[in-house]
Design a protein around this ligand. Structure first.
Ligand code: C2E
Ligand code: CA
Ligand code: CA
Length: 570
């Protein structure tokens, strides 16, 4: 097709007339003039020839005028409609330019103007994609650039805020990029960056939350985290992947990545702050060791590392026989006899030493290890109790602590009956201790499970009573037998009148509900006397004994038995 600008002469000519601004009006004018040519010809013909009468001339001219006007009207109307494709294409282009609205035009017509409409749609759509890519993506790696990433991160942050979730911003720096670039040239450097981008993309679900920030700096955002340490396995995997060699122009290249992590909301609540802090963490990571990740904020690192170390070791604690049970006697206030013991787990690790249950039980709770640990505790405690009974010691009840995760376990009741059967311990000798906060996590479920345990004949004790915030109205619905007064009240019961008031209130409440009372943490004679005078049934605390090993407990039980035998004989 020959595009000849000279074809535009008429168009250019008509454009000179300021009154003919629109394209449509130019065409209309020409059509108007064209349709009037026969009429004018007729008029001129009548003027030069005298062969027709005046009347005849007028009649013919009037008919011709009417016919011309009708013809012109129809022609102009048809043209007006036929020009519509040109006009809508024009409007669609204007709409894209001014409002970035993509054109919606018919694409199935095949003549020139039909193709004009179809091609306009195609070209603008493509153009829009190219512009979008140029403004939002990094040319070299195809990853989102800072503009798009910032925008998406902002959105993710607002969502995290709504759902009270954590979000980690993970910055990555390739320490030796410059050296590689200098040694192998910039095209190898570019290939390296593309390779890294590919590995990053393979590590995340959402590719819009990765970005190349600057030449050898990348950043990833991980939304929807429940704990800061959730990010650790991700970073470990990421580093593992990045440490695999990359082959560039026949050379095997090893990159040295450093990773810095900032977590919303702890380390900032804006995009800038999180990026800045993740970068600070990178500097720290570089200082410490190569190929390493680092959280922002030193305290958190220390705590987290400690917790991670603990968690790793705890995974092997059972199989390596590092757990042990200690037993603490519970003494009848009136007779002074040991009528029960509480089993308390101990962990002795070769690297960490003795770790308090206060430290490791919550971790076992969080990662689910409490289930096997809890079963081991129950089995060991029941076996031991049975052994004492078999040795002829007076039967006593064994108290075992139950954790939240265990209570939520679907087959808890069956597991407990199974363990009782295996260890041949009569159900009457088992006491399970639960805390208020544990029951309150899912009240109805807890009540159902506790009811089943109670129906089996297991004694139930509410541990640490007074420290939680269960409403007293619930207390009535819990199928429990014993309230254990928390040691924080017992500690100052003889010196602090408020603690005494709370303790008295708990005792009165327990009595009115027909519950037994165990006071824990009794350390002194005064505390013991106080509890005794307030009709507390059972006492547990250092006053009688610290938690001790099974053989030591066996000895204590024998001594206690002999003492009472002597008393009874006397
Ligand atoms: P708890 O159930 O309230 O256990 C009583 C804690 O008070 C024990 O600490 C015990 O050593 C301590 N204690 C006893 N008498 C006295 C006293 O007179 N004075 C003072 N200051 N403390 C006394 P421990 O053994 O460190 O256990 C701490 C917590 O760890 C337990 O609190 C319990 O919540 C948890 N725990 C221990 N063993 C287990 C277990 O086998 N399973 C579960 N789920 N939790 C356990
Ligand atoms: Ca307890
Ligand atoms: Ca307790």
């Amino acid at each position: 097709m020959n595009i000849d600008n000279q074809n535009l002469w008429l168009y250019s000519f008509l454009s000179r007339f300021s009154r003919l601004k629109g394209y449509k009006s130019k065409i209309m004018l020409i059509a108007f003039l064209g349709t009037h040519v026969p009429l004018l010809t007729l008029l001129i013909y009548f003027l030069v020839s005298n062969s027709y009468s005046f009347e005849m001339t007028v009649r013919v001219l009037v008919i011709a005028l009417v016919a011309t006007l009708v013809g012109t009207g129809i022609t102009l109307y048809a043209l007006h409609n036929l020009l519509a494709p040109v006009v809508v294409t024009y409007l669609a282009l204007r709409a894209y330019l001014s409002k970035k609205r993509l054109p919606k035009l018919p694409t199935h017509f095949t003549d020139e103007v039909g193709t004009l409409m179809a091609d306009t749609v195609k070209t603008i759509t493509k153009l829009d994609e190219v512009i979008e890519h140029l403004t939002n993506y990094d040319d070299l790696t195809g990853l989102p650039n800072r503009v798009l990433f910032t925008d998406r991160l902002q959105q993710a942050l607002s969502r995290s805020q709504d759902q009270t979730r954590l979000l980690a911003v993970i910055c990555l720096h390739l320490n030796n990029f410059r050296e590689i670039n200098n040694a192998l040239g910039s095209s190898a450097g570019e290939q390296l960056l593309r390779g890294v981008a590919q590995r990053l993309r393979a590590s995340v679900d959402r590719s819009d939350l990765i970005c190349r920030l600057s030449s050898d700096e990348f950043v990833i955002a991980l939304p929807d985290l429940t704990a800061s340490e959730d990010v650790v396995p991700f970073c470990q995997l990421l580093l593992e992947r990045l440490l695999l060699p990359i082959f560039l122009q026949g050379h095997e290249v090893h990159i040295e990545p450093s990773v810095g992590i900032a977590v919303y909301p702890f380390d900032g609540d804006s995009v800038e702050q999180l990026l800045q802090n993740a970068n600070t963490a990178i500097d720290e990571a570089k200082r410490r060791a190569p190929n390493n990740y680092q959280f922002y904020g030193a305290d958190m690192n220390v705590q987290l590392q400690e917790r991670l170390g603990l968690e790793n070791q705890l995974r092997h604690a059972l199989e390596r026989n590092e757990l042990q049970l200690h037993y603490q006697p519970q003494v009848d206030t009136n007779s002074g006899e040991i009528i029960g013991v509480e089993a308390l787990v101990r962990w002795q690790n070769p690297e960490l030493g003795a770790v308090s249950p206060v430290k490791f039980i919550p971790i076992a709770e969080a990662n689910g290890l409490i289930i096997p640990i809890g079963e081991w505790v129950l089995r060991t405690a029941c076996t031991q109790t049975r052994l004492w009974q078999d040795a002829g010691l007076p039967p006593l009840r064994i108290g075992v602590n139950l954790s939240a995760r265990q209570l939520a376990q679907p087959n808890l009741v069956e597991r407990i009956s199974q363990i009782l059967a295996e260890t041949e311990l009569d159900v009457a000798y088992l006491e399970l201790e639960v805390t208020e906060s544990l029951i309150m996590e899912n009240v109805q479920h807890s009540i159902n499970v506790l009811q089943q345990l109670h129906d089996m004949g297991i004694t139930l004790a509410l541990d640490d009573f007074g420290t939680g915030y269960s409403s007293l109205s619930y207390l009535r619905r819990f199928p429990i037998d014993i309230l254990k007064i928390d040691r924080s009240f017992v500690r100052d019961v003889v010196v602090n009148s408020e603690d005494a008031a709370v303790t008295n209130a708990i005792i009165t409440l327990a009595k009115s509900l027909g519950l037994h009372i165990t006071a824990e943490g009794v350390e002194t004679q005064e505390q013991f006397e106080y509890m005794k005078s307030h009709e507390c049934n059972k006492i547990q605390g250092y006053y009688f004994s610290r938690p001790i090993t099974a053989p030591a407990m066996g000895e204590l039980l024998k001594k206690n038995q002999n003492m009472h035998l002597v008393e009874r004989c006397a």
